[in-house]
Design a binder for this molecule. Sequence first.
Ligand code: EPZ
Length: 420
Amino acid sequence: MDSLLIKGGVPLHGEVTISGAKNAVLPLMAATLLTAEPCVIRRVPDLSDVQFMAQILSSLGAKVTVKDDTVTVRAAKIKPFGDYDLIRKMRGSICILGPLLGRLRHARVSLPGGCVIGTRPIDLHLKGMEALGAKLTIENGYVDAATKRLVGSDIFLGGRAGPTVLGTANVMMAAVLAEGVTTIESAACEPEVVDLAFFLTEMGARISGAGSPTITITGVKELHGAEHSVIPDRIEAATFAIAAAVTNGDVTIHGARPDHMSAVLDKLKDSGVHIDRKGLTLHVRRNGSLKPVDVTTQPYAGFPTDVQAQMMVLMTVTPGLSIISERIFESRFMHVSELARLGAEISIEGPSAIVKGGRPLSGAPVMASDLRASAALVLAGLAAKGETQVNRIYHLDRGYERIDQKLRGLGARIQRVQEK
Ligand code: EPZ
């Protein structure tokens, strides 16, 4: 298992370009199952999750070719069930459920287990499929959804923590080939959901209201092939913005969508980070000390849970008290104990972490537990005096394309160590 060795204390300087969004590309790849015609997706990031999804589509019978950052999928003849283990391993693969049910009126997919950040049930996904007329059976680790007719319906998709992103995507992808009109209430408004609706519309679907809590889908008989470029990864862009701030650096971020990052940029500004936005470019720099800010994670357009850990690192190097509250996932503080190894002072009170910032961090060996926690440990290593070793970085490779190379391009002293 690879690890990263980081010699911290170097202010980052220079320019970096953002890759396509992991959380947009997974549902886009699943959507290609809705037509027998070829689909071309561009700006696809080179990530292990993308490779997983390509293998899953192949296990369903689709022909998948990956050339540089372009993925071509031809799902001419597919079957309603794929490789159990592959699907079980990657939660994001649950979003093949809707397209399979939509296209074949039958889907049999392995249940995605929970993960370290929470139990992550799929009850809302299943509620949506049932509302469209599917009969569900859950046995032997599989959910089997089948129906003779898929009929449009009004579906409220709000849950314990508000809307569901992949649940909205799944129901939308089933409803595009249903008879009649479907209205999704309390739909997720994330940019990744909007990007998917754009792609489905390019394939011939009839969708309105994507990006708002009410999405209306008028079913059509069939969809055709289409080409689409993935939106930039707002979480990767936020991670690099915080990397600049946490190292007292000066970084220009190209190919981002600042309009998708308002909540994060607003909090960074509140803490005293200088942010200049020009089109798709963000110039992030910090001179001097910062102010502590409180953060509460919320559904989009609120502060994203996928940036909570990285923001916590910034607050550990900011003198004063700040409160970081996690309202989306019930156990997304796995990074706290590892940050404590670097000298951070953080205590957890229920859904909130109280950060006593300002004590300089010092390098140590730490263990990544999940994707965003591993990004936070890398940022902490960049800020810490001495050497930090971040282990189990396979978590990082799931969601960040060549992050160590990109950071080296900004002057970071970071290298990947392959375990013998
Ligand atoms: C997507 O996960 C992202 N993953 C997550 O990013 C992200 O954290 C999350 O949305 C929230 O923004 C992908 O897009 C692949 P949810 P998703 O359904 O869709 C509860 C990362 O780091 N819920 O919006 O699975 C759920 O438990 C990953 O890139 C139900 O109760 O998240 C959670 O508390 C991590 N029942 C909340 O809703 C359901 O049926 C939001 O989850 C579905 C969800």
